[in-house]
Ligand binder design. Structure first.
Ligand code: DSN
Length: 419
């Protein structure tokens, strides 16, 4: 019997139920993944107990000789993985990484450009209900109404007019590649810094499937738990010129003690992403997303921008006559876990949304391939075309659970150490 089930059977039972849910469902939320057993072990380690305000070699508490070794290792691996001049691995989330990046480079009231949330951006890219939109003068850019892709000429025009101090590129619901070189040219033309939030695509960049922003951006923020398959957490990469400002903005600017147990998990995840197998994993994520996109489109579901170049697709549920919320809830009843999302120029409010965001990182971690994506697309189409059909939902739920159980889940039913 585990210590947890002896000490607290209530929490142990909830965790066991969540484990079963993760094994029997098809996890298709584009920002979720399965961390390996090694990442989970490091994240649940005794570093949970340690306070380590400061940085390696310069801490405000004693007893940090091993924290120093751990954080230095994580920093070195992050720099090696992305070829960056500087890495700060203390951010506890993507939102806090973004907060620190702004604090390091702009003053309240300054102008920043970012893709608006309803077009595929992020809350921290200037949403009026978020600190970013309240503290800074965000000028939002949009995707083109027809192509639903970012129009760099329009971005350039807006940047020259609004003269931002920072331009943010990198999104949460954008299925296409981002031209970081073009963004860097625009930033240079208007005297702005380029910030890339690569949270969603960090694993694709590490695995060589997406161009790296590192040669083009002044600072790059990311989470570590999405395509990168690490623990919950954030990180900031930057040029050497911004290193000191970034470090000060993280601690003491926006955070106190770093979560050393998460930093342990990050170090392990970076080492896993440096293995040759990780490049193949990243390649398969994209291959699977394309296979899923083709099958869904063939079945009559319209995809924003007509397809995908990365790990996610954004389906327009208007094409099957329902809202994103209705699609999300019907699919959840069938064991397919997704999230509703606005689509560009959506006429529905964000809580309802017309879009359904679908991602392949977690299914790819279970070694599913294009053939499996075609089966998954078939189930999705059956449910979204008959969202009120209890019989359809129940039949699909049983088929999905039986199918899903056959695919090992890293960290849960598959404890192999390699990625
Ligand atoms: N919640 C994340 C996502 O789903 O994209 C962003 O913070």
């Amino acid at each position: 019997m585990s210590a947890l089930s002896q000490r607290d059977p209530d929490v142990a039972a909830i965790i066991a139920d969540e484990r079963t849910r993760q094994v029997e469902s098809l996890e298709m939320i584009a920002s979720e993944n399965y961390a390996s057993a090694a990442v989970l072990e490091a994240t649940g380690s005794v570093f949970t107990n340690k306070y380590a305000e400061g940085y390696p070699g310069k801490r405000y508490y004693a007893g940090n000789q091993h924290s120093d070794r751990l954080e230095s290792l994580a920093i070195d691996r992050a720099k090696q993985l992305f070829g960056a001049e500087h890495a700060n691995v203390q951010s506890t989330s993507g939102a806090e990484a973004n907060m620190a990046a702004y604090l390091a480079t702009v003053e309240p009231g300054d102008t920043i450009m970012g893709l608006s949330l309803d077009q595929g951006g992020h809350l921290t890219h200037g949403s009026p209900v978020n600190f970013s939109g309240r503290l800074y003068n965000f000028v939002p850019y949009s995707v083109d109404r027809e192509s639903e892709v970012i129009d760099m000429a329009a971005v350039r025009k807006l940047a020259l007019e609004s003269k931002p101090k920072v331009i943010v590129a990198g999104y949460t619901a954008y299925p296409r590649k981002i031209d970081f070189a073009a963004f860097a040219q625009v930033a240079k033309a208007c005297g702005a810094l380029l910030m890339v939030d690569m949270s969603h695509i960090a694993g694709l960049i590490a695995g060589g499937q997406h161009d790296s922003p590192v040669p083009h951006a002044d600072m790059i923020t990311t989470t570590t738990h999405k395509t990168l398959r690490g623990p919950r957490g954030g990180m900031i990469l930057s040029t050497a010129a911004l290193a000191e400002a970034i470090d000060k903005a993280v601690f003491p600017g926006t955070q106190g003690g770093p979560h050393m147990h998460s930093i342990a998990g990050k170090a392990v995840a970076f080492a896993e992403a440096l293995q040759p197998e990780f490049a193949d994993y990243a390649r398969r994520i994209v291959e699977n997303a394309k296979a899923l996109a083709e099958a869904l489109q063939a079945g009559g579901l319209r995809l924003v921008s007509g397809g995908t170049d990365n790990h996610l697709l954004l389906a327009d549920c208007n094409s099957v006559g329902i809202s994103g919320l209705k699609a999300q809830n019907a699919l959840q009843g069938a064991g397919i876990i997704t999230n509703r999302n606005t689509i560009p120029y959506d006429e529905r409010p964000p809580y309802v949304g017309s879009g359904l965001r679908l991602g392949t990182p977690a299914l790819t971690s279970r070694d599913m391939g294009p053939d499996e994506m075609k089966r998954v697309a078939g189930w999705i189409l059956r449910v979204v075309k008959d969202p009120d059909g209890d019989g359809v939902r129940e039949t699909v739920r049983q088929e999905v659970a039986e199918f899903a159980r056959a695919y090992p889940v890293p960290g849960i039913t598959d404890v192999k150490l390699a990625v």
